[in-house]
Design a protein around this ligand. Structure first.
Ligand SMILES: [Zn+2]
Length: 111
């Protein structure tokens, strides 16, 4: 009888399902997050958007930068921005926007 070998993806290791759960938990813990990525020059605060939570795309953030005469927040998901002279107002606005924004940036056209 000619039996096909079982693919590796479905094989359970000898040490069992617990090992798989631990492996998956470790992979999730070790995945890159905005907290460990270097921030661009000038960014003083960064907030992860709702879309980043849903997709795992850590590039989707709302960044706060200092500008002439105040501060600016800019969403890297939808492109929305807001400026004010008072830093706490801009940070609060960034926090609120990040909690709600589900936008994904439009993909670049490829030819
Ligand atoms: Zn947005």
């Amino acid at each position: 009888m000619n039996q096909q070998p079982t693919p590796d993806t479905t094989r359970v290791p000898l040490w069992g399902q617990d090992a798989l759960r631990i492996r998956d938990a470790l992979r999730q813990l070790l995945a890159p997050t905005p907290a460990v990525e270097p921030w661009p020059d000038g960014v003083i605060a960064r907030y992860v958007t709702k879309a980043a939570d849903l997709t795992g795309d850590v590039e989707l953030t709302v960044d706060v930068t200092k500008i002439d005469g105040g501060f600016r927040r800019h969403c890297r998901g939808c492109g929305d921005s807001f400026e004010n002279f008072w830093e706490p107002a801009v940070r609060d606005s960034a926090q609120i926007h990040a909690e709600r924004c589900r936008a994904l940036p439009k993909p670049e056209a490829t030819r």
